[in-house]
Write a protein that binds this ligand. Sequence first.
Ligand SMILES: [Zn+2]
Length: 275
Amino acid sequence: MKTAAIITLASFLAVSVVRAAPAERLENYTNKTVLVFTPHPDDDTFAVGGTMALLAKNRNRVVVVIYTNDNKGSYDQDMTSERLARIRKAEEEASCAVLGIPKENLIWLGHDDGELEYVPPKLLCGQVTKIIRQYRPDAILSVDPGESYERWHKSDHRMAAFNTMDAVRAAEFHLYYPEHLLVDKLQPYMITNFYFFYATTNDANYVVNIDATMELKVEAITKQVSQFEPAVTKYRPDWEAEPLKKLKEFYHGDQEKKDGHYVEMFRHASTFNQK
Ligand SMILES: [Zn+2]
């Protein structure tokens, strides 16, 4: 009952503070810890690579939690899941290195591509709850699960969106996964800064100017060689000049822009829907 009362209070408070401006702009963070939760080892770069590079440049600890090993997305019939997982890991490490994030800051949960929804939910939530309690982030970047309405995302994205928030909630209460406190000596932890990506245009309420890191973002995208033609059809580890040039042009054109600047859009919230 006590928990229910707290939740009711939190729901009430949520109504009044959910649209409050963040206490400190993400772009001004220094010496903070930010966790990035990404369904696949490229959504982070595609969605928020510019912001990640900014955070890294400003001497923050950026830790990337990667739900799946991306071991299915190839049309090359000579490819195996095991080999593709190795390739994707190396590509993500190279991609994050360009953004200024060392491979030591990548946490691989290692679940099969496209099958995140078949992972036992209690295990999956527990994995992320533990990471939150260990790293105690000042903010998280994650797929937007929706606020008033659930947001539909493709497989893995929707599971990552919901699971991350289920874990955020569990991390606050010591009676969820009590072994974290009793065995691992990890205290409960409450997150109060959420930057959701893949938000709808209507929901996005926070804009990060990424002019300073746009070139790093595009360079990082080019490290995801296996995800683009020609390597996605017949794997090769390198680029030919022409498709590489086209890819860079495409992403410069595709990147969201506002008032003549390259931007990444988020839905920022300081709490989440407990109703
Ligand atoms: Zn994805």
